[in-house]
Design a protein around this ligand. Structure first.
Ligand SMILES: Nc1nc2c(ncn2[C@@H]2O[C@H](COP(=O)(O)OP(=O)(O)O)[C@@H](O)[C@H]2O)c(=O)[nH]1
Ligand SMILES: [Mg+2]
Length: 230
């Protein structure tokens, strides 16, 4: 795993974000979602357009609450489809946010009910995007806070490390648990990551039901955008 480089990156980004937050994150600076528009879906990285704008991708196991989180962040209820049927989103879905950045909704991973060959196709699509997509700035990996760490999520974040892709964690559906259980699950995930990672990525506690974590995530995206070379 390309550990040390990634760790430096996280440290750098976290410090920079903290500094910027202290310097200029007054209310007027908070990201207002003035525009959130579905643009198009693509079946492969090679088909994705050159937009000139940075991309933040969202991924997680099927049913983790990704569509709900996207709707919550953008304050658009029907933007990403919320579905009780997992495994439906099988494309790279692009959303234009404020003509400033793209939110890219990636297919869910680890959905057992799709065939092995389809899983392979999906994995190739996801990895192709993650590895080759130049405008990709950061991936939000969604983790269900209601369950202890799963091998599939840990393997996925470790793979991001191997690819050298920066990421942050968003623990989802935190309203469904007592605080004690939630804290245990979050801490256990971070603890499991410490086994392979020297320093940890930023993490967010979210509930789409109560908009928990919305400001924190939007502030973070704003800070990362500001830190990019123009
Ligand atoms: N209580 C609660 N339920 C949620 C939350 N987020 C998602 N859900 C529910 O979890 C299920 C899956 O959500 P969805 O957003 O479609 O997940 P996706 O498959 O990852 O896109 C749906 O029944 C949602 O209503 C949350 O923050 N709190
Ligand atoms: Mg979905």
């Amino acid at each position: 795993m390309r550990g040390p480089g990634r760790n430096d990156f996280f440290d750098g980004i976290t410090k920079l974000a903290g500094l910027l937050a202290a310097m200029c994150l007054t209310k007027g600076n908070r990201m207002d979602i003035k525009k959130a528009e579905f643009v198009s879906s693509f079946t492969a990285e090679s088909h994705c357009p050159k937009t000139g704008l940075p991309e933040f991708a969202f991924i997680g196991r099927s049913n983790v609450g990704k569509s709900s989180l996207i709707n919550m962040l953008t304050a658009r209820n029907g933007l990403a489809k919320v579905s009780g049927t997992p495994g439906k989103t099988q494309l790279l879905n692009f959303f234009n946010i404020n003509d400033r950045w793209y939110l890219v909704d990636l297919p869910g991973y680890g959905y057992a009910k799709v065939s092995k060959s389809q899983q392979k196709t999906l994995a190739a699509m996801i990895e192709g995007y993650l590895i080759r997509r130049a405008p990709l700035v950061l991936v939000f990996v969604l983790i269900d806070s209601n369950v202890p760490p799963t091998a599939i999520d840990l393997e996925f974040v470790n793979r991001l490390g191997e690819f050298g892709v920066p990421f942050a964690l968003a623990f989802t559906k935190t309203d469904r648990q007592k605080k004690g259980v939630l804290d245990n699950n979050v801490e256990a995930f971070l603890e499991a990551m410490r086994e392979t990672w020297e320093s940890l990525p930023p993490h967010f506690i979210t509930s789409s039901k109560y908009s928990t974590g919305r400001e924190e995530i939007l502030d973070y995206i704003q800070q990362v955008l500001k830190s990019l070379p123009s």
